[in-house]
Design a protein around this ligand. Structure first.
Ligand code: C2E
Ligand code: CA
Ligand code: CA
Length: 596
């Protein structure tokens, strides 16, 4: 701590000298012999304490004190009067002017020292107090700032959390959470005001395929754009939400008639069927929309959601890219499909599935050269099962991948058995779903494993693919087909002629065989157009070096016709229906006639 600064003001030099000598060791002391000089010195440098005589020529001590107290820092300067004036009034006058002490002359030096020491200690204490309070203020203001910052951070984190909990990160649309909240609110409002509202459930068509073949990142970009288009088409009062995956929903409030929902559905369809251009790809999707409206289709909100879902399901079934309102008849239909899906999952794990095989006959020598594996479900629950319907249900989800893998493995196992039984020349044709060529499964790795595990020649495997797979012409698919081809497996195009008519893909894809669709064969002799087409297909295949199978041959005359055109193989009820593996053995070994 530095020494306190003291100014002694007195006109008697003897007195000032005496005081100076007494105080100089402990304090930094200065002297003024009149009031004017004292004021001048005080203005030049700050003093902590002034020992002030009252009776002086010129400006007296009282006046000096008064002027000191008028200075900016004046109240910080402690004044002790030293005077011969010893009346109480004199002392009081001094204190009134702001003095801290009053010592009457003649003085006792120890008393002066003690009183000065007391005042100096007080001054130090005050200074410390002031410092503390300045520090405290600083600390408080710093902490307040920190707190404010923390609060803003917390507020922001809370807002972010709220956003994350209620909005879909990809499309920035409300998510299921917020949707539930809004739907509950729509209910409340409609009940209170006796109004209607509708719920539109939108599922994108072909999205899975885009996602599977071009990758998730690409799928995400597409979903984003869908979100933008939907938002652009709807009014601000309506809620559009993304429920997850490729499922969106709209709550239409303030509706006056049911038809309003149809208009909105049409608008949505229109906007989603327009081409999407993403990273150089032109993508066409579309949507299936199911509509449920309040009050008819749902007393409570789960029921309404379920009904909209059923309606949407119906659209998917009937060929997609359309909308439909929920109706009670729908329920039975959709519920049957949902139940079949559930039961099929069970069947897969409980050995209720099996494969039947339909002979494929080589028309050059009339022998069975191969078989087509066809899925069968021996269900204790269902009497009649349409396997095409079952496949289409499985294709709605990843269930088809499991079913497909099961079919491949079972067929390979069967082929191994046949090889061991000396039926080595038989090939097996296996139906492949388009989904088995997406990037979720690596069918080439799977087949490589099966070929090794069952020690079967890859050449004996023929994978039946559809034209639609090739039309997509996705690099990933082409690549997978090439890898499969390298393993040695052959490809045939199933139901040829029913898909799209571009034939360019036949050269780009490693195809070996065309299977003319059975509808052409069936009407072959009734419709000359079909006959001409079958002729043309066979001729074209020959030019391209492809072999041809006629499917669904049921009569001798159909067989004769295709044989005359140079068709390589045929398959159909004329030869045999699909039969069990044991029956194939008997047929091949010629133990029974080929006609059943
Ligand atoms: P597909 O690949 O065109 O199979 C031929 C279908 O025609 C079979 O029906 C077969 O029983 C039937 N068929 C055979 N010959 C004749 C005939 O002379 N006349 C008539 N009218 N029909 C004949 P199925 O077994 O009911 O299979 C239906 C469809 O289900 C198949 O059509 C195929 O697309 C699909 N499928 C069957 N098994 C599988 C499978 O393991 N995997 C996949 N992905 N699809 C399968
Ligand atoms: Ca087939
Ligand atoms: Ca077919």
């Amino acid at each position: 701590m530095c020494k306190a600064k003291i100014l002694i003001v007195d006109d008697e030099r003897f007195f000032t000298n005496l005081l100076y000598d007494t105080l100089k060791d402990k304090y930094s002391v200065n002297v003024a012999n009149n009031g004017a000089l004292a004021l001048e010195k005080i203005q030049q440098e700050p003093f902590d304490l002034v020992l002030l005589d009252i009776l002086m020529p010129g400006i007296d001590g009282y006046e000096v004190c008064r002027q000191i107290k008028l200075l900016e820092q004046g109240d910080k300067i402690a004044v002790i009067f030293l005077s011969v004036k010893s009346e109480v009034e004199d002392e009081l006058a001094g204190f009134k002017l702001g003095a801290v002490d009053y010592i009457t002359k003649p003085i006792s030096l120890p008393i002066v020292l003690a009183r000065v020491a007391t005042q100096v200690a007080l001054i130090h204490a005050q200074e410390q107090l002031r410092q503390h309070s300045v520090n405290l203020e600083l600390l408080v203001s710093k902490r307040t700032m920190e707190l404010n910052r923390e609060m803003t951070k917390k507020q922001k984190a809370y807002e972010k959390l709220h956003y994350l909990a209620n909005y879909d990160q990809l499309t920035q649309l409300p998510n299921r959470n917020l949707f539930n909240e809004r739907l509950a609110y729509a209910y409340k409002l409609a009940k209170r005001n006796n109004t209607q509202f509708a719920l539109l459930l939108i599922d994108l068509d072909r999205f899975k395929r885009v996602n599977d073949s071009l990758g998730h990142a690409f799928g995400d970009l597409l979903l984003e754009q869908v979100g933008v288009r939907l938002s652009a088409r709807l009014r601000g009062v309506d809620t559009i939400a993304r429920l997850g995956g490729d499922e969106f929903t709209v709550i239409l409030t303030e509706m006056t008639k049911k038809h309003d929902a149809a208009i909105v559905a049409e608008k949505i369809l229109e906007s989603l069927t327009e081409a999407f251009e993403i990273e150089g790809h032109v993508i066409y999707i579309g949507a299936s929309i199911g509509i449920a409206s309040y009050p008819e289709d749902g007393e409570d909100f789960n029921c309404m959601l379920k009904n909209a879902d059923l309606a949407m399901y119906e659209v998917k079934e009937k060929g997609k890219n359309a909308y439909t309102f929920f109706s009670t008849e729908l329920t039975a239909y959709a519920q049957r499909r949902m139940e079949l899906d559930k039961d099929l999952r069970f069947a897969l794990r409980n050995q209720e599935l099996c494969l039947h095989y339909q002979p494929i006959v080589d028309l050059n020598n009339n022998t069975i050269c191969g078989v087509e594996a066809l899925l069968r479900w021996q269900s204790p629950k269902y009497q009649h099962i349409d396997i095409e319907e079952i496949i289409s249900i499985a294709e709605e989800s990843d269930l088809i991948l499991e079913v497909g893998e099961w079919v491949l493995e079972t067929a390979c196992q069967q082929l191994q058995q046949w090889q061991q039984q000396g039926l080595g020349s038989l090939h097996i044709a296996i139906n492949m779903s388009t989904r088995q060529f997406c990037n979720k499964v690596d069918s080439s790795a799977l087949l490589a494993r099966l070929i090794k595990q069952y020690q079967i020649p890859a050449e004996a495997l023929q994978l039946e693919i559809t034209e639609s797979l090739m039309l997509e012409d996705v690099p990933f698919t082409v690549d997978m087909l090439q890898r499969l081809k390298q393993l040695g497996v052959a490809f045939s195009v199933d139901d040829f002629g029913t898909g799209y008519s571009s034939l360019g893909y036949l050269r780009r894809f490693p195809v070996d065989i065309l299977k003319i669709d059975k509808s052409f064969i069936q009407y072959l002799l009734l419709d000359s157009g079909n006959a001409a087409l079958v002729k043309a297909i066979i001729a074209m295949a020959q030019c391209l070096g492809l072999r041809v199978i006629a499917e669904g041959v049921e009569t001798k005359s159909q067989l004769d016709f295709v044989q005359r055109q140079g068709c390589d193989m045929a398959q159909g009820y004329y030869f045999s229906k699909p039969v069990s593996a044991q029956d194939i053995e008997l047929l091949v070994q010629n133990k029974v006639g080929i006609l059943t």
